[in-house]
Write a protein that binds this ligand. Structure first.
Ligand code: B12
Ligand code: SF4
Ligand code: SF4
Length: 293
């Protein structure tokens, strides 16, 4: 299997035994192949300077990862299926029954941040995660859980104080922080129901029309790779280092970083923020455009 994966220009991948995954009880669970043995975890870097220069978060400014990653996973599966015609291979990304950050940490692709995200050595946290679940057995790894440097900046700078400590430091709990979704601007920006006053304030303070990158932008693991300004001209990171850090990247084209009342109707369906519908975007835009008083 490894050879087939290596024939694709993937940033990084690893194999973990299916039995070690955290599986959510969601509808997509029914797609897991019978007798699943292995998860092939793959990361897809998406850092792109111009993705940070608008009013949506970087993952929204690049092409829809649900589509791009799924296409790549399907091409890999085509190649695997030719070599292993008797086996089943099922792709997942995001709307997956697998706790993807947990999976990626367990198979050594990076560390887990207090912001709950996967942080990789070369691409920071600006990576999407996808996986192929198969009934084929192969050599797998199971790494000890490893964590970020724990500076606490993500929690301090979060506009909704959404990064909550749920267990004391040094304990044996696998995870000590969790995201309180109701106070997270990323979640709020997707919410279809009416926002509370506090949620409106959090979204306004996050200064975004969709998604939120604050807990990633302040993270020293990302600053080390991309510079403190992350995407603006004042970045002092050597261009060469940055170019290296963002390769290979399926998301270096089709950047759409600024949503306005005028352009929103034409584009929203084809972007990662389209799935919540136009009304949500218009509401968020209205909040974004409100004058501070
Ligand atoms: C639901 C979801 C969200 C929700 C909730 C996020 C969350 N962290 O809870 C919302 C909408 C807020 C969200 C936002 C974002 N998301 Co999201 N999201 C997901 C999704 C679909 C599931 C995540 C999930 O529920 N994990 C399980 C929870 C339970 O994990 P956890 O919070 O770490 O909880 C652990 C601990 O806190 C602990 N714990 C919890 N409670 C308690 C209580 C006690 C007492 C103790 C001891 C422990 C404990 O145990 C838990 C299990 O290990 C995944 C895709 C997937 N299938 O995994 C993408 C995913 C995590 N999201 C992703 C992205 C890109 C984002 C955003 C960056 C997008 C943006 N720019 O706006 C933001 C980041 C916000 C943030 N800081 O997390 C990427 C992350 C890639 C990466 N590098 O890690 C993923 C993997 C999608 C993908 N395929 O690439 N997301
Ligand atoms: S995405 Fe924004 S609001 Fe959500 S935890 Fe991170 S900084 Fe806080
Ligand atoms: S900002 Fe600090 S605490 Fe938060 S994820 Fe990054 S290193 Fe960890």
């Amino acid at each position: 299997m490894k050879k087939v994966l290596e024939s694709f220009d993937l940033a990084d991948f690893s194999f973990v035994s299916f039995q070690h995954l955290n599986i959510f009880d969601v509808r997509s669970k029914a797609r897991i192949p019978q007798n699943a043995k292995t998860a092939i975890a793959i990361i897809f870097p998406y850092y792109n300077k111009s993705a940070f220069c608008g009013n949506v978060s970087a993952y929204c400014a690049v092409a829809d990862y649900h589509i791009v990653v799924m296409e790549q996973l399907k091409s890999i599966i085509c190649a695997l299926q030719q070599k292993y015609p008797q086996n089943s291979f099922v792709p997942f990304v995001d709307s997956s029954p697998v706790d993807e950050v947990d999976m990626a940490v367990k198979c050594g692709l990076g560390v887990k941040g207090q912001n709950s995200l996967l942080i990789t050595e070369k691409w920071g946290s600006f990576v999407f995660i996808g996986e192929i679940i198969t009934d084929l057995e192969t050599d797998t790894v199971l790494c000890d859980y490893t964590y970020c440097m724990g500076c606490g900046l993500c929690g301090k700078k979060c506009p909704g104080s959404a990064i909550e400590q749920v267990a004391a430091d040094g304990g044996t709990a696998a995870d000590r922080y969790r995201i309180n979704c109701e106070n997270c601007a990323s979640f709020i920006s997707q919410k279809k129901q009416e926002l509370t006053q506090q949620q409106t304030r959090i979204l306004k303070n996050a200064a975004t029309v969709f998604g939120c990158d604050i807990c990633q932008k302040v993270c020293p693991h990302n600053v080390r790779l991309f510079g403190a300004a992350m995407g603006t001209a004042s970045d002092d990171v050597a261009a060469e280092q940055e170019a290296e850090a963002v390769k290979p990247n399926l998301f270096s084209y089709d950047i759409f970083n600024t949503v306005t009342m005028e352009n929103v109707t034409g584009v929203y369906k084809a972007r990662p923020f389209g799935f919540r519908g136009l009304k949500v975007l218009e509401r968020n835009l209205a909040i974004y455009n409100t004058d501070n008083d």
